[in-house]
Design a protein around this ligand. Structure first.
Ligand code: FUC
Length: 807
């Protein structure tokens, strides 16, 4: 009796009520799902929470009276294709090369300025699609506010009480149904009254088509300066009416009613509201242009009508199942911390005060995987840009384009170990279309075979050099080695997943074309070495020893040589696997032999250039001459002098303020992981969180740039497992503060899945599943084991790599 009575104690009742509310609001809560959460709405964009299905993106603010859901569609770009081939470059290239071979970079620069530039030097920007705005009536007196992004389910939720009634909002973007879904729910005694708007600050109109449908239609109108903004003094292409886009929003309610008024849907007295939205543009990746015969509204309408066939709970179930299957392939536990129960913004603040929080590192690792899968997978046809797909600016920083001198490549560093193979497909689609454009540029600028692209590109397939100004176009923009580097993630994809058909049909043809270009581009210097010219080390300058002037152009910057070495080796290996192109293989082998060696300078660091020049900026964010350490594999402990010099190289960069941008810091994590320097890898991971991370855990350059998120994830996986040079290394860089934990489901080269448990800073158990039956070498500290595997079988080892027979 006493027990029964105590169950009715008011405090216990309140507790039970709170638990039941929470369970109802966040039904997937499991211990421990990965989630970002906050006790207040987003005050600015970098506090809002990202959703995406690769093609559509949204940032959910969770604001009370006026909820804002900012929208993106991956292909919505201002501008149009332009022909920016410098017409006289090819004719004058030998003269430019001669000046550089004769150590006269000042003359080469002059000639490049004269013959190597072409307006428009740059292009326009990736743009936002618009906003869904929900203006609520009532919602006074709110409390118990909480919003979250559950990474495991891909659902963003807002929950709060208003006048004693519990309200919830859920938003997700389904890849299965290609729609954004919003579900609003009021408590039993409350009703929802709101207006639904679909807006964009320019170039679009919204009309209600019937009482529950809004049609959104637009066309980008690009103005030429001085009428419109133009941050690129070298021009960004002609004005005019360009890409078309459209969206369809449909709302339905339980209880109450909806009517339309002009461009608004008005919901009255509903207990639940479901909103579906989809959008499209008339962009066509196969031509890298818009096609005005496509009707974006019709496409969006068809998608929304299809999704309308499914009730909300079915849409949700299909989305969650699909999302979880991908996201939960990898799980990471670095240990709990006292901060686990704090909202994400507070955790970040606590970390800045040096409170340890390994679980926040794990969250950030998983966030990188979440962001990649939501900005680069079917139904997307384009890869993740500088901001993934999330952008609110009409003219985004760096146009939110595809930078190819590190940024796009870094976006795809985590896709292999992070077990997200499908995220490379949009990258591959894009590469194939781009290579078609690049063939014309190889021919017209260089008279070369194959294809070339320079340091940055856009959806219209720019392959000629570009930059805001003519000066930057010939400096940073002149990077003809972008192509082979761009292809490395595709080759790595083969190494990790061993999809021979994909290699043969799609990846190798791209590699072959790029190799043909490089073979034509290389020239001989006086010592009979093959060098690139013009060349530069992204995006640094050197002090010319004779003139004392800062110069950029040179021959055979170290990064060029490292890229070519790695790329030619990959091409030779691919041709071997496919049993083709014996003649090309021979040429590549011979050329590889004639490349200049990577040298160590007087100060013990790896030389950034072919001569031991002094850097203009020794703390430069690009650490290009360490390409061979990571993501390349040519600098390793088997070459102790280079390995040591690589360490000194990072130290020098850091001593002069390096790592100051998010992506640069992220790269340093992987570099130290490859040096097996666990404490400095960890230190830099923490520095990225403390100095280069925004409230919603977006990486900041500054401003927001997503490559650092992806580089971070890659860095953490590199600390826990490395699988280069034919060996899978277990826990190569486990820092002291990760005393106990596990990582499950990492992908290793050779198509293996690897799960690792450790305790007391030591390996306790490793499980390896062989997907294809390849030979495997595992290493942990000084223990190594090499064994044949059977397809589909899982092998388990103890802390000394002694096999454990599970049976
Ligand atoms: C490269 C970097 C910059 C920036 C830009 C988008 O050029 O050097 O820091 O990340 O890309």
């Amino acid at each position: 009796m006493k027990t029964l009575k105590s169950l009715y104690h008011p405090i216990l009742l309140l507790f039970a009520l709170l638990i039941s509310i929470n369970v109802w609001a966040f039904p997937e809560n499991e211990d421990p799902p990965f989630r970002l959460w906050y006790n207040q709405p987003a005050a600015e964009w970098t506090e809002a929470l990202p959703l995406g299905n690769g093609r559509l993106g949204a940032m959910v603010y969770g604001t009370l009276q006026q909820e804002r859901i900012q929208l993106n569609e991956e292909s919505l770009w201002a501008g149009q294709p332009v022909d920016a081939h410098p017409p006289e470059f090819r004719e004058h290239l030998p003269e430019i090369q001669e000046a550089l071979l004769n150590d006269n970079p000042a003359r080469a620069k002059k000639l490049m300025q004269q013959y190597g530039t072409q307006r428009p030097t740059s292009f326009r920007s990736y743009q936002p699609l618009g906003d869904i705005l929900l203006s609520f009536e009532g919602l006074n007196d709110t409390n118990n506010y909480r919003r979250e992004l559950n990474l495991n389910t891909g659902i963003s939720s807002v929950a709060f009480d208003s006048e004693g009634q519990h309200h919830t909002r859920e938003t997700f973007i389904s890849a299965t149904d290609d729609v954004l879904v919003i579900r609003l729910q009021a408590g039993d005694r409350d009703k929802l009254n709101l207006d639904i708007h679909l807006t964009r600050s320019k170039d679009a109109q919204t009309k209600a088509a019937d009482n529950n449908t809004l049609i959104f239609k637009g066309q980008i109108i690009d103005r030429k300066p001085p009428e419109g903004p133009e941050p690129n003094p070298g021009g960004s292409g002609p004005g005019g009416k360009h890409m078309r886009f459209g969206g369809v929003l449909k709302a339905s309610t339980e209880g109450g009613s909806i009517i339309s008024r002009d461009s608004t849907l008005q919901v009255k007295e509903a207990s639940q509201v479901t909103i579906l939205f989809s959008a499209a543009t008339d962009y066509d990746l196969s031509t890298m242009n818009f096609d005005h015969t496509t009707d974006p509204v019709a496409k969006a309408r068809a998608t929304v009508n299809n999704a309308m066939q499914k009730p909300y709970r079915v849409l949700r179930r299909h989305h969650v199942a699909e999302h979880r299957e991908m996201f939960e392939r990898v799980d990471l536990n670095l240990g709990q911390s006292q901060q686990d129960n704090l909202p994400t913004n507070k955790r970040l603040e606590a970390l800045k005060e040096d409170k340890t929080d390994p679980a926040l590192v794990a969250l950030m690792f998983q966030y990188g995987r979440y962001l990649l899968m939501n900005s680069s997978r079917y139904p997307a046809s384009l890869p993740a840009n500088l901001q993934g797909i999330w952008n609110k600016e009409m003219w985004a920083p760096w146009e939110a384009d595809y930078h190819l001198n590190i940024n796009l490549q870094m976006n795809y560093w985590p896709h292999n170990p992070g077990n997200l193979p499908e995220t490379i497909i949009p990258y591959l689609n894009f590469a194939e279309s781009l290579a078609e454009h690049g063939k014309e540029t190889a021919r017209r600028m260089y008279g070369a075979d194959g294809w070339v692209v320079h340091h940055c590109t856009n959806v219209f397939g720019r392959t000629t050099p570009s930059g805001s100004t003519e000066e930057s176009q010939i400096n940073n923009g002149y990077f003809p080695l972008a192509g082979p580097w761009f292809l490395m993630p595709l080759w790595r994809h083969y190494e990790f997943y061993r999809d021979k058909q994909l290699l043969e049909e799609r990846i190798y043809p791209l590699m072959k074309g790029s190799a043909e270009f490089i073979l034509d581009f290389l020239i001989e210097n006086e010592q009979g070495q093959l060098v690139t010219s013009p060349s530069h080390s992204p995006e640094n300058l050197y002090i010319h020893p004779e003139t004392g002037e800062p110069q950029r152009l040179t021959v055979a910057a170290t990064m060029d040589i490292q890229i070519i070495h790695t790329f030619f080796s990959a091409c030779i290996q691919a041709a071997d696997i496919l049993g083709k192109d014996a003649g090309l293989k021979e040429k590549l082998r011979t050329a590889r032999e004639k490349l200049p060696p990577v040298r160590i300078g007087d100060d013990g660091t790896i030389q950034e250039w072919i001569r031991d020049y002094e850097e203009e900026n020794p703390g430069h964010r690009h650490i290009s001459h360490l390409f061979g350490l990571y993501p390349g594999t040519t600098i390793h402990p088997g070459k102790p002098e280079l390995f040591k010099a690589a360490e000194k190289t990072i130290e020098r960069r850091l001593a002069h303020g390096g790592g100051h941008t998010g992506w640069s810091r992220a790269w340093i994590i992987s570099l130290f992981a490859r040096l097996q320097d666990e404490e400095r890898a960890h230190e830099n991971a923490l520095a990225l969180l403390k100095e280069s991370t925004l409230t919603n855990l977006f990486d900041t350059h500054p401003p927001f740039q997503i490559d650092g998120n992806f580089g971070f994830t890659a860095g953490i996986s590199e600390m826990l497992m490395q699988s280069h040079r034919d060996t899978i290394r277990i826990l190569p860089a486990l820092p002291d503060s990760w005393e106990k934990g596990y990582i499950k489901g990492l992908q290793a080269r050779g198509d293996f899945r690897v799960s690792i448990h450790w305790a007391n800073h030591k390996l306790s158990r490793v499980a390896l599943t062989s997907k294809q039956g390849n030979m495997c070498t595992l290493r942990y500290r000084d223990s190594t084991i090499t064994f044949n595997t059977r397809k589909g079988k899982t092998y388990i080892f103890d802390n000394n790599l002694i096999p454990i027979d599970e049976d």
